[in-house]
Structure formats: structure tokens, C-alpha cells
Ligand binder design. Structure first.
Ligand SMILES: Nc1ncnc2c1ncn2[C@@H]1O[C@H](COP(=O)(O)OP(=O)(O)O)[C@@H](O)[C@H]1O
Ligand SMILES: [Mg+2]
Length: 240
């Protein structure tokens, strides 16, 4: 079974080819990470899965997805609750229902009691969870997360990774996540897709056969190290 199907995806901006026949599939409930050099076209692929951009050639088949863009900022003048309802409001849900649905998720996202706070009153990790809540509350089966933890310090990032694994184990969304962090990709994913430098193609797909739930210290196991070094090798061998 396939939930997201990408085949022969090709895209140029002007005379610059960015994607050159990208192929991959994602199964329902699978957590897949995409890693690749900066500017290799990762966000462009997500834009097309989300239907915000169209390919020059190739196929993208996906149900309507919830997209958390690379810079998913909260509006400082809105309360946290009113930030988390934005996606629903844009999709046409009335405010009362949007608030009710978002409120239910506040405890799951560790934001209980912060409904009326402003983003400036929260830590970076909490703001990021609020942005994720805004994505998840849309009730879509497929989540597209573009570097969701990119702006966080390393300790906060680690605890967010553990937290995301745990909510994902409860909800089992199909997740596609872009990251620059190999360790984050291995820790969270069932499979990691490595893109080449641009024009991007899929260089390799690496399965992560580690049982779940994964404790944070799984990163010290030989099996984790094996996957991590395979990915490292593919990434650094690109242009030398
Ligand atoms: N709308 C656009 N118009 C022109 N060039 C773009 C546009 N979107 C992306 N690009 C270019 O395409 C390349 C890939 O961008 P992007 O998908 O954002 O890469 P990544 O997310 O892997 O860092 C970059 O060189 C970027 O400058
Ligand atoms: Mg990007």
C-alpha cells in the first residue's frame, strides 16, 4: 500500500534544473526522513506534495496533507490558541469549532494552560510544539514537516525528538520529514531517503530496523551506528 507516490519528479526554475527524476513511495503510517545537501530541492518536493507548486514532469500522488513549512512562525500578537487554529480557519472551519479541536490537543503537546499566552511567553520548544499542533489539528493523515527542529538548541531538540516519536506512536500519521541532522533522521524514521546534490535524484534509501519505542540511548547501539555511518558515507561521497 502506498500513501504518497512520487515518480519521475522533475522541476526547473528558469534554466536551472532542481529536480531530475525523483522517485519514492511512502506507506501509510510510515515515518520517512529526507536528507540532502542545502539547495538540493527538498522543500521544492514538499511544495509539490502539498499542491503549492506543480512539477514540469512526473507524478505526485498524495492525499491532502498538513504542511509545516521550514519557517512556520507564530504570530506574536495572537494568543497561542489563536495561532494553533490558523490552519483550520484558512481551511474554512469556523472559529468556535477550530478552537475546540485545538484545545483538545494542548495536553498532548505539553501546552496545557498556555492557551491564552503569547508566543513570546513560551520557550523555543513550546513554540515549536505549538506550530506542530497547528499542523496536526488539521486532521490530515499525511504530515509534511520541513526541518521542524532546525532552530532549537541541541538539548531541546533531543527532547522534542523523543516527544515526537511518542505522539507519532499514538497517532501513526504518515510522516515525511526534512532534516539536516543524520542522527535525528535515524532516531525518528523507519526509512531515510538521501537526495543527491542538485539536480536532485534519490541516491539511496536506507531502512532503519530499530524496534520502537526507541529510547534516547539507542544512539549508542552498534545497529544505530551502522545506519548512521551508511548515511554519512552516502552524503559525504557526493562530490569528492
Ligand atoms: N520559486 C522559486 N524560484 C526560483 N528558484 C527557486 C524557487 N524555489 C526554490 N528555488 C531554488 O531551487 C533550489 C532548491 O531549493 P529548495 O527546494 O528550497 O532546497 P532545499 O530545501 O533542499 O534547501 C535552490 O537553488 C533555490 O534557490
Ligand atoms: Mg528547504
Amino acid at each position: 500500500m502506498t500513501h504518497v507516490h512520487v515518480a519521475g519528479l522533475t522541476k526547473a526554475f528558469g534554466d536551472r534544473t532542481v529536480l531530475d527524476g525523483v522517485d519514492f513511495d511512502v506507506a501509510p503510517g510510515e515515518f520517512v526522513s529526507v536528507i540532502g545537501p542545502s539547495g538540493s530541492g527538498k522543500s521544492t518536493i514538499f511544495n509539490m506534495i502539498a499542491g503549492l507548486d506543480t512539477p514540469d514532469a512526473g507524478v505526485v500522488e498524495a492525499p491532502k496533507s498538513a504542511y509545516m513549512p521550514q519557517k512556520d512562525l507564530l504570530f506574536p500578537w495572537r494568543t497561542v490558541l489563536d495561532n494553533t487554529t490558523l490552519g483550520l480557519e484558512i481551511a474554512g472551519t469556523n472559529k468556535k469549532e477550530a478552537r475546540a479541536r485545538a484545545r483538545e490537543l494542548f495536553p498532548v503537546f505539553g501546552l496545557d494552560g498556555y492557551e491564552k499566552a503569547r508566543p513570546s511567553e513560551m520557550s523555543g520548544g513550546m513554540r515549536q510544539r505549538a506550530a506542530l499542533l497547528r499542523t496536526v489539528v488539521q486532521g490530515r493523515e499525511v504530515l509534511l514537516l520541513d526541518e521542524p527542529f532546525g532552530a532549537l538548541d541541541s538539548l531541546t531538540r533531543t527532547s522534542m525528538q523523543e516527544w515526537l516519536q511518542n505522539v507519532w506512536l499514538d497517532y501513526r500519521w504518515t510522516v515525511l520529514m526534512i532534516t539536516h541532522d543524520i542522527r535525528e533522521a535515524v532516531y525518528l524514521s523507519d526509512r531515510v531517503i538521501v537526495l543527491s546534490d542538485k539536480p536532485a535524484r534519490v541516491r539511496r534509501q536506507v531502512e532503519v530496523p530499530l524496534p520502537r519505542p526507541r529510547r534516547l540511548d539507542v544512539v549508542t547501539t552498534p545497529e544505530f551506528a551502522r545506519v548512521e555511518s551508511e548515511l554519512m558515507e552516502v552524503l559525504i561521497s557526493r562530490s569528492y
